[in-house]
Design a protein around this ligand. Structure first.
Ligand SMILES: [Zn+2]
Length: 238
């Protein structure tokens, strides 16, 4: 069996995946737990040794499952709580009834008011955040497409456990995580530029990063922001 860098395999007897990673600086095969992604990562110094890393991970399956279930539980979306929208805190308010979540303001500032109780409340708030995410991401995607003279793409909104976005130049589809709507607008804009630039270069080469820089300037602070806040954004409403 030939394994590839980045390949994901299901874990035996539990939820979660085993991601295969080649790191040329690694001295030996190892396993680490990616808390943000909720997955185990089998690391090998080269692609040839990935099979060995998979065998090692399989032998440690019980330990991996234990570590994955011990990861921090999510931040609930419930009345009285807050959620961050475009980098600003917004209070969550129970509206009674069964109405959809909507943005509003009261004497304390911006609020999201929604019907539903428990999981139904949480789902309505998530749906509103997804709608806001789609609107903002489609708008920024269009701007970057125009700047690069690219034809339209199909945008979809997903809820992956770890990824912020992906681009399939072949199918002209871009997929984003709605969770980026919680980040400051400049970070969301960076994500859109990141994926649109993959239509030009389907890799992370210096030429690719030059395209990103042409679109939004230096992306390093936005990348750092996502690295530092990713875990908490991915935990919201889980
Ligand atoms: Zn990328």
């Amino acid at each position: 069996m030939q394994y590839r860098n980045g390949q994901r395999l299901p874990l035996d007897g539990g939820e979660g995946t085993l991601r295969l990673s080649v790191n040329s600086r690694a001295r030996r095969i190892s396993i680490r737990i990616d808390v943000r992604a909720g997955e185990a990562v089998a690391v090998a110094p080269n692609e040839r040794r990935l099979a060995e890393a998979v065998t090692f991970a399989r032998s440690r399956n019980a330990w991996i499952l234990e570590r994955l279930t011990a990861r921090p539980v999510g931040t609930p979306l419930q009345p009285g709580g807050t959620v961050t929208l475009s980098g600003h805190p917004v209070r969550l308010v129970a509206g009674g009834g069964a109405g959809a979540a909507r943005l509003s303001t009261d004497e304390t500032g911006p609020i999201i008011i929604s019907g539903g109780e428990g999981e139904a409340f949480s789902r309505r708030v998530r749906n509103l955040l997804k709608r806001e995410a789609r609107r903002a991401l489609v708008a920024r995607t269009d701007i970057h497409l125009q700047a690069l003279g690219q034809k339209p793409v199909q945008v979809s909104i997903a809820d992956g456990r770890s990824r912020w976005g992906s681009c399939s130049p072949h199918n002209r589809t871009i997929r984003y995580s709605w969770r980026v709507i919680m980040a400051p607008p400049a970070v969301l804009d960076y994500l859109a530029a990141h994926e649109v630039a993959h239509l030009v270069h389907a890799n992370h080469s210096p030429a690719y990063w030059a395209v990103v820089r042409d679109l939004i300037g230096d992306p390093s602070s936005h990348r750092r922001w996502l690295r530092d806040h990713g875990a908490s954004l991915h935990a919201v409403g889980r």
